[in-house]
Design a protein around this ligand. Sequence first.
Ligand SMILES: Nc1ncnc2c1ncn2[C@@H]1O[C@H](COP(=O)(O)OP(=O)(O)O)[C@@H](O)[C@H]1O
Ligand SMILES: CC(=O)N[C@@H](CCC(=O)OP(=O)(O)O)C(=O)O
Length: 263
Amino acid sequence: MGVIVIKLGGSLEGSAGAALAGAVQEAGRRGSPVVLVHGGGPRISKRLRDAGIELPFVNGLRQTSEEAMPHVMAALAECNRDIAEALAGRGVDVAAFADGEIVVAKDVGRLRTGDVAAVRVDPVRGAVASGCVPVIAPFGRDAAGRPYNINADHAASHIAGALGATRLVFLTDVPGIYRDFEAGDLLLDTTPDELEHLLQAGAFSTGMIPKVNAVLHAAQHGVREVWVVDGRDLEVLRMAMFGTSERRAAGTRLVAHKEGVTA
Ligand SMILES: Nc1ncnc2c1ncn2[C@@H]1O[C@H](COP(=O)(O)OP(=O)(O)O)[C@@H](O)[C@H]1O
Ligand SMILES: CC(=O)N[C@@H](CCC(=O)OP(=O)(O)O)C(=O)O
């Protein structure tokens, strides 16, 4: 059974707890290994505000200064602990990775905002093999141990690709990716070409820019199905994770094709 990577958006601020726990428990019963990667944008913003630090976003990425980095790491560690405790409280065995030990970061000349150079898959595979759900904070460290702030959608797509996951499901606070957000025109089944075209046309703003890039990255790196769904809706989450229930008019799906044949 292939690994399912779930990316839990910080936008949900804990509101996906019940649906997530239900889906993770069902995955356990079905024998499907789940790996969880989480964000924490709003919690990071609050901590930075409290510390009097204001940082700009460029294409949905926080331009992170040296002095901001301890606050970013503290906020993500807090999110990681809350998620791990919530799942453990519902009987799920979890393995928390909250110190940047999974994502190897790369300096891209934007202060402490980094990119993913590689993923350390062995500790994640080890946790899965021992029956645990890894809960991974998205920030990373370079070879010298220096921490970098990495967008959680980017981290999740690299982790899914590196693990050879069959599915990657982004849980967020909207029903999927909108072709036109204002008009409420939701994409159901989409293609890389359509997403590239909409990206160039400026259909996405804020956190949807890195999310769409992450969807494309995962599909290009062997993940067969990539979904963006409302994390509060257990039925849609089950549809995305297990493909069991009928396709509903909710959630955006990208199915990767190889040489014209469904992979
Ligand atoms: N075209 C679009 N379709 C859907 N959401 C969009 C679009 N453009 C911008 N957004 C915004 O992207 C947000 C989701 O990104 P983000 O806040 O980073 O979520 P998360 O924390 O779940 O990763 C939505 O709440 C919405 O406001
Ligand atoms: C570089 C960068 O932008 N990092 C993100 C990391 C957290 C994140 O991505 O959280 P969400 O999934 O809630 O958006 C940030 O500082 O907000």
